[in-house]
Design a protein around this ligand. Structure first.
Ligand code: MG
Length: 295
């Protein structure tokens, strides 16, 4: 799942104009991306960089066979998704109470009950939905999060009808043994086909953790082109694992992702120029130096 246009841009300090966002999304789809989270239907007061969510979702030219996702926090957001390019929705809840209070202004139970309504509407309308569990590997306020808490929440979200649960390492603290241990526990409750990982590279271990997960049978991973975005709790630190670095790992392991790496790199390089900052992707730094030499 490409999350650059939503999770990436949401955490960038530069606000990207609507036309550039649409081009970004369409170029990634041109590169072969089949699942892309394009925006969040959240009050612009909370996420100013995605204030144009409705325009973006109205103007993206839909391609057949591509799933266009939007983060939807409540029924108000859900209702605005109608008649846009959006084909699936997602919502996020943390495995820790303090994070939900700070981030969603709700207790875990209050946040969950908002999603019960959204999930029922989505099921009625046959709109597939995906649930994110943030802080699945640790919380910036509470530290360690018990594995059983993560599993119990995942089961409740699956039972609501989520086709996939994405376990997020929001602050990038996961280690390979911890990834293995949590996935072992999760696999007692969920089919591996319902499990995705959303890893952050804050401490440089995102790909290592993803390697462990794919060995265990996980086949769905989130990534952001260029490694866009950051960590809201560690300004300046890396956020989402970079799409091109993930593709490089997966193709090295023999997986066919159907995505053209060069096209993704061109797209990331262009976004880097728009943002005016160097993005953290490793492969992009090679592309950048090659592009500079040619000039
Ligand atoms: Mg993220």
């Amino acid at each position: 799942m490409e999350v650059g246009p939503r999770d990436g841009l949401q955490n960038e300090s530069t606000i990207v104009d609507t036309a550039s966002k649409i081009a970004f999304i369409e170029n990634l789809v041109d590169a072969g991306v089949k699942r892309i989270e394009v925006t969040a239907f959240v009050n612009p007061r909370w996420i100013p960089p995605l204030a144009d969510h409705h325009e973006v979702a109205l103007q993206v030219k839909k391609r057949p066979g591509v799933s266009y996702a939007a983060l939807v926090p409540n029924m108000r957001g859900y209702e605005r998704v109608a008649n846009t390019c959006i084909t699936e929705i997602s919502f996020v809840i943390a495995a820790s109470e303090s994070h939900n209070k700070k981030n969603l202004n709700a207790t875990t139970e209050e946040a969950f009950s908002r999603y019960v309504e959204v999930a029922a509407a989505a099921l009625r309308d046959k709109v597939p939905f995906r649930a994110y569990i943030s802080c699945a590997f640790g919380c910036p306020f509470e530290g360690k999060v018990p594995e059983q808490t993560v599993c119990d929440l995942a089961v409740r979200l699956r039972d609501l009808g989520a086709y996939e649960v994405a376990f997020g390492d929001t602050i990038g603290v996961a280690t390979p043994p911890q990834t293995r241990k949590l996935l072992d526990q999760i696999s007692k409750y969920l089919e591996l086909g319902q499990v995705a990982l959303h890893m952050h590279d804050t401490r440089g271990l995102a790909l290592t953790n993803i390697f462990v997960a794919q060995e265990m049978g996980v086949r769905s991973f989130d990534a952001a082109a260029g490694g866009l975005g950051g960590c809201p709790y560690a300004p300046g630190a890396s956020g989402n694992v970079a799409t091109e670095d993930l593709l490089n790992l997966l193709s090295g392991l023999g997986y066919a992702c159907g995505i053209n790496l060069d096209k993704v790199l061109d797209t990331s390089l262009h976004m880097e120029r728009i943002l005016g900052r160097t993005l953290p992707s490793k492969l992009l730094s090679m592309k950048r130096s090659a592009a500079t030499k040619l000039q």
